[in-house]
Design a binder for this molecule. Structure first.
Ligand SMILES: Cc1cc2nc3c(=O)[nH]c(=O)nc-3n(C[C@H](O)[C@H](O)[C@H](O)COP(=O)(O)O)c2cc1C
Length: 166
């Protein structure tokens, strides 16, 4: 597997924590905080993971807003991209992990392959822009209400990514 570029936006450290755990599980990855990384950096990787939390009511994490705008200007043809999102399905059950859904939208028509969809089974939310039918468009995590499930979810997701990444 080629090296993975992990790009995260995080306000209180949860999404950052997960980025570092993903690095450990993948074995070969570099981690970048989008607060001080240009979207063009993604071009250096064939395998890319984008992680964001959701703030406000369904908004992208602050630093991720500008980075996500910049995705339009980066050539992602042939790349393999996976998404993860952090949210709070109990406190924000109508906008659970919406930020991840926004990232997914930005990737449409970019010519990259998006992998790592995850079943919505086992989650308890009413609405999410990151859900399509019975699947999330990436890995949804919830450190507020289901942190006991995070390790298992991460392990299963990484096993899948290792099959899908170039
Ligand atoms: C003011 C506020 C607004 C939030 N809005 C949402 C939301 O709309 N949807 C959601 O799923 N989570 C929401 N959350 C939960 C955060 O996404 C969650 O705490 C996350 O773990 C933060 O990750 P970070 O530390 O990497 O930024 C909100 C949290 C706060 C404090």
């Amino acid at each position: 597997m080629e090296k993975v570029g992990i790009f995260f936006g995080s306000s209180t450290g949860n999404t950052e924590n997960i980025a570092n755990q993903l690095k450990g599980l993948l074995g070969t990855a570099e981690v970048f905080n989008v607060a001080d990384t240009k979207p063009e950096k993604m071009a250096e990787f064939t395998n890319i993971i984008l992680g964001t939390s959701t703030w406000g009511v369904g908004d992208l994490q602050d630093d991720m807003i500008e980075f996500a705008e910049g995705i339009a200007g980066v050539d992602l043809k042939g790349k393999v991209v996976a998404l993860y999102g952090l949210g709070d399905q109990s406190g924000y059950g109508d906008t659970y992990c919406d930020g991840m859904g926004e990232l997914y939208q930005k990737l449409q028509g970019k010519g990259c392959k998006i992998v790592g969809f995850v079943s919505t089974e086992g989650y308890d939310f009413s609405a999410s822009k990151a859900a399509e039918g019975s699947e999330f468009v990436g890995l949804a995590l919830d450190q507020m209400n289901q942190d006991d499930k995070t390790e298992e979810r991460l392990n299963a997701w990484v096993a899948e990514l290792k099959k899908q990444f170039a």
